[in-house]
Design a protein around this ligand. Sequence first.
Ligand SMILES: Nc1ncnc2c1ncn2[C@@H]1O[C@H](COP(=O)(O)OP(=O)(O)OP(=O)(O)O)[C@@H](O)[C@H]1O
Length: 257
Amino acid sequence: MNNRNLCHQRIVSIDHVSFSYENKTVIDQLQFDVLERDFVGVIGSNGAGKTTLLKMLVGLLKPTKGEIRLFDRPLSQFKDWERIGYVPQKNSFNPLFPATVREVVLSGMYNKKRVYRRLTKDELKKAEDAMLAMRIEDLADRRIGQLSGGQQQRAFLARAIVNNPELLILDEPTVGIDVETQIGFFRMIKHMHLHHHMTFIMVSHDMDMIQSYLGTEPKQVKGGIKFYVKHTHDPEDCRETNLTHSLDQIREMIVVQ
Ligand SMILES: Nc1ncnc2c1ncn2[C@@H]1O[C@H](COP(=O)(O)OP(=O)(O)OP(=O)(O)O)[C@@H](O)[C@H]1O
């Protein structure tokens, strides 16, 4: 089968999108496409609208104007949320939330349609696999609020990858994490990008990391937001890789202190 065309599928299409909170326009006529296997680094000053943009991409906010398409469907008709993993900004998480790590990871299985359905054996296994990949299997029964910042971050990442998503959307994933853990984290997501063929959209304030992986020239600048992009894959090699087949490799990328 010739998969060549699959390599360059447009998986996010942002078409003249604007967003205003009441009368304050935060995003104005943004036009941007994300191709399969892009790594998009989103950089900008505080208040530039980065989180607002990600919230629109995952359907939490509706554009005031323009259209967003996910996997070639208008967002309003998009249902395949398991194809997308989202890790929101850490400070949006309430540390008193009484869930265990396993429950947090399992919650990634519930989709918007069927919130309280029973999970299958296969789904429970996927959650265990995601925890293994993130090296948090020993923390499975601990309350999420009792974990360190780096451990919480890995739990939320496990939640985001539990469905083996094609697109991972990360909002400042390394805020409040020590430098060594940050380095391990970036090594891991680069590995997922390069070897698991995932597409990433990541908001970060870490200019060094963004520029060292994505280059020093933004592909696009819009308002206060800069988009750095690395479209990395070999056009000859468009195989899909099942994340769960090589979890151990991801696991190896994580250094646990
Ligand atoms: N719910 C809201 N109601 C009104 N204004 C808001 C709301 N959420 C965000 N804003 C404003 O919209 C602007 C963009 O906010 P947003 O959180 O998207 O910025 P950001 O680029 O992610 O910033 P940061 O780097 O600080 O996370 C800011 O000026 C913010 O104050």
